[in-house]
Design a protein around this ligand. Structure first.
Ligand code: G6P
Length: 614
């Protein structure tokens, strides 16, 4: 969380920083700030509680000139979101300024030490402590900023991506990272630094992804210089970005979330493209090919994930157990990493993460690796920390997801997990050839079926107008539709702030049934399949207590139609593939309800897209 952006070169830095911050705002949006050094050598720092737009109004008519600058958008960890705690932060002399993404865990001890030496702190942040420490080292050792950063970071426990400016040396930017992402853009005669490539792509496609414990010195007119904390020079590995500008813009949609919901026919297709051939019965996944023997022999699969990705893992549990007949555990990464989990060498651990940067998932991956398991990744962001930390895996080709509430990443994850489960089934011989082929053919029809579901948008808007003022909502599903119920409820609470719970339909009578009255909307996934009749009984139980039923059913359903207040009819598909299409109306419903309530759909309060703190 927190977005950082920096520029040094010959252009005006301010517009680059602001545009960059707007692109990074998904990473945090409780305050924003910039620091620029102008031609006369003055260091101007402007920061404000609120969004980048608040910063823009605050800065209007102030001096924003300068060809070197840093910018930050914050998601508070230490200290409440206010003007003082916003970044950038000054050093004691106010000659250095710094922005930071991450958490310095031992900041309190360092702060105490510095206070004893006479340092005075303005904010409650760990960031201010770090920049004071860097200056302290710089003064004591009488060294250049790059070395001072190296030396100071050796004293630090925690995660960071930092960028610094020095008023007395305006031709240089120093940056470093550990555990938080950082990418350096290399232009003709300028450099860019950012938390992801989105602020950079319109200026250059040449980038270097900084590795942990590396410090980079970007000096105007010089080559990029990277050293690690052991003071060893590192040769920069320059990569070409494949990201396109259009993919990170709204393209005529009111919100990124809506655009991303509508992108799903393509993103699901892209996640299968080149990997599946129903005619030959082949599934090719480059990133797992080296692990086929492990797939054959694995005694257990463990999914590690957080949030929506955890729900994708739950769908995966049904798929892997059904198709590949392998026991599956789905773990919250944050819980897994702080237990003493039992992991065997013949376990396959699969980390699922859209961003590939979630701190808990990354730490859980490292733990599983240290215990000898084969660890694979299902990530969306190419080159992300989890993608790099795992032994192999498969990318979801959903394209950049910017709306904080995850939509297309979920369906892309489920698509890739389906392919993996089918591939594992093939390797282990646990499905008949005809069932295997039938599933492959059916999977290929999913993008078209998603298109059909998207046509229900007007109907879903109408249903949303009915429930926009509700205070609670219940989502029910059974079998593979249970995780979809969880995901539907998560979508609603994330963006509309309505309390919502997802429940296995049969469990309802052990608690949530007490909440049901004529005010309570109940969204049920009741598509055709083995559990259909059971779910119909659950619907009756809700009706008997005057609950309002909106049911997602298979096209042509008559039984539920007779009971439901609203019916959302979706195309028929194999019951194990239903999540890929039944989640779409739930995403659209949440979207419309949130918009009708006047909520900020793309940037819901208190949430961030990429949670790089534990
Ligand atoms: C945050 C996001 C969620 C996401 C979760 C896990 O909470 O707001 O949308 O599902 O992190 O993120 P990951 O990038 O690991 O999938």
């Amino acid at each position: 969380m927190c977005g950082i952006v920096a520029y040094i070169g010959n252009r005006d830095a301010y517009p680059i920083l602001i545009k960059g911050l707007q692109r990074l705002e998904y990473r945090g949006y409780d305050s924003a700030g910039v620091a620029l050094i102008n031609k006369s050598g003055n260091l101007n720092v402007y920061k404000r509680k609120g969004k980048v737009s608040d910063l823009l109004s605050f800065v209007e008519k102030k001096d924003t000139s300068g060809t070197v600058g840093i910018g930050h958008t914050r998601w508070a960890t230490h200290g409440e979101p206010n003007d003082v705690n916003s970044h950038p932060h000054y050093s004691q002399s106010k000659n250095l300024v710094m922005i930071h993404n991450g958490i310095i865990e031992n900041y309190a001890a360092i702060k105490e030490r510095l206070i004893k030496k006479g340092h005075v702190f303005e904010s409650e942040t760990d960031t201010e402590v770090l920049i004071h420490l860097i200056e302290d080292v710089q003064k004591n050792e009488n060294t250049k900023m790059g070395y001072a950063v190296q030396a100071a970071l050796k004293q630090v426990i925690g995660a960071y991506a930092i960028v610094l400016l020095d008023k007395n040396d305006p031709d240089v930017i120093v940056a470093a990272k550990k555990g938080s992402p950082m990418v350096i853009g290399i232009g003709h005669d300028d450099f860019f630094v950012a938390s992801d490539a989105s602020p950079i792509i319109e200026y250059t496609k040449n980038v270097v992804y900084l590795e942990d414990e590396q410090v980079v010195v970007l000096r105007k007119g010089h080559e990029i210089k990277i050293r690690n904390l052991k003071d060893k020079e590192v040769t920069p590995y320059i990569q070409k970005l494949t990201l396109e500008l259009e993919s990170i813009e709204k393209g005529g949609y009111a919100h990124f979330m809506l655009k991303e919901i509508y992108e799903q026919p393509r993103s699901v297709l892209d996640s299968m493209r080149g990997r599946i051939n129903a005619t030959t019965g082949e599934i090719k996944m480059g990133g797992i090919v080296d692990h086929e023997k492990k797939f054959e022999k694995a005694k257990r699969i463990i999914f590690l994930a957080c949030g929506t990705s955890w729900h994708a893992g739950l769908v995966g549990e049904y798929l892997f157990e059904e198709f590949a007949r392998v026991p599956v555990e789905v773990e919250y990464a944050s819980e897994f990493r702080y237990r003493n989990p039992i992991i065997y060498e013949d376990d396959i651990v699969i980390a699922i993460s859209q961003s590939g940067e979630t701190a808990d998932t990354l730490a859980a991956v490292e733990l599983a690796k240290s215990k000898g398991a084969t660890v694979l990744g299902v990530c969306n962001v190419v080159g992300s920390s989890i993608a790099r930390a795992t032994h192999g895996g498969s990318y979801t080709h959903a394209g950049p997801e910017i709306g904080v509430a995850s939509t297309k990443a979920f369906t892309a994850q489920v698509t890739v997990l389906t392919l993996m489960a089918l591939h594992m089934a093939k390797v282990r011989g646990t499905l008949t050839e005809s069932r295997y082929r039938q599933l492959l053919y059916e999977l290929e029809t999913i993008p078209t079926k998603i298109e059909e579901v998207l046509k229900l948008n007007d109907q879903l808007y109408k249903i949303a107008t009915k429930y926009k003022d509700c205070r609670n909502a219940l989502y029910l599903g059974r079998g593979v539709s249970f995780p979809v119920a969880l995901e539907g409820a998560l979508k609603l609470k994330e963006i509309s702030y309505i309390h919502a719970e997802g429940y296995p339909a049969a469990e309802m009578k052990h608690g949530p049934i007490a909440l049901i009255d004529e005010e309570m909307p109940v969204f049920v996934i009741a598509t055709k399949g083995a559990n259909y009749e059971k779910v119909v009984s659950n619907i009756q139980e809700v009706k008997a207590r005057k609950g309002k039923i909106t049911a997602v059913v298979t096209f042509g359903d008559k039984e539920v139609k007779a009971m439901a207040d609203d019916l959302i009819e979706i195309p028929e598909t194999d019951e194990f593939l239903v999540p890929l299409i039944s989640v779409i109306p739930l995403q659209l419903l949440s979207y419309h309800i949130a918009v009708l309530r006047g909520c900020n759909v793309d940037q819901p309060r208190n949430l961030a897209k990429s949670v790089t703190v534990e």
